[in-house]
Write a protein of this length. Sequence first.
Length: 149
Amino acid sequence: MNRCASLAQAARRTGLRTLALRTLALTFALPLVSTLLPFEAQAQVQRNFSAKALRGEVTFGEPPQAQLNRQATQLAPGARIRDTNNMMVVSGSLKGQRVVVNYTLDSLGQLHEIWILREEEARKLPWPRTPAEAQSWVFDPVAQTWTKP
C-alpha cells in the first residue's frame, strides 16, 4: 500500500514540475513576443502633424545649433524631436545629419517641434514650406494633406 501511495505522490510532483516548467516558459516567452508587436504596429500608424507644421530640411549641428533650409538657426529650449518611429530623440545624437522634416517654430523663430519624416510621409505633397503658403492653403487634419486654392 505504501508503494502505491508513493507512486501517486511522485505522479503529482511530476505534474507540478511540468506545470512549473510551462509557467516558467510562458513567463519568458510572453515579454519577448510583446516587445516585437509594437514595432510592427508603429509602422502602420499615421502620425498627426500640427496644422502649423511646415516642411523643410534640417541639418543638426552642435546643440542647440542647426540649419533650417541651409539657414542658420537654433533649437528652442525644450525642443521636441521625434524620429521616424515617433520616438523622442536628443539633438546631440543627430549631429551632422541632414534630414527632411516637418517642423514648427516658437515665437522667437526657433525650431520647437521637429518630426523626422519617413519616405512615405515625405512623398505627401503639397506641403507648405513657408508660413504664407500655410495661411493660403487648406489643411485636412484627418487625411493629413494640404490643398492649394
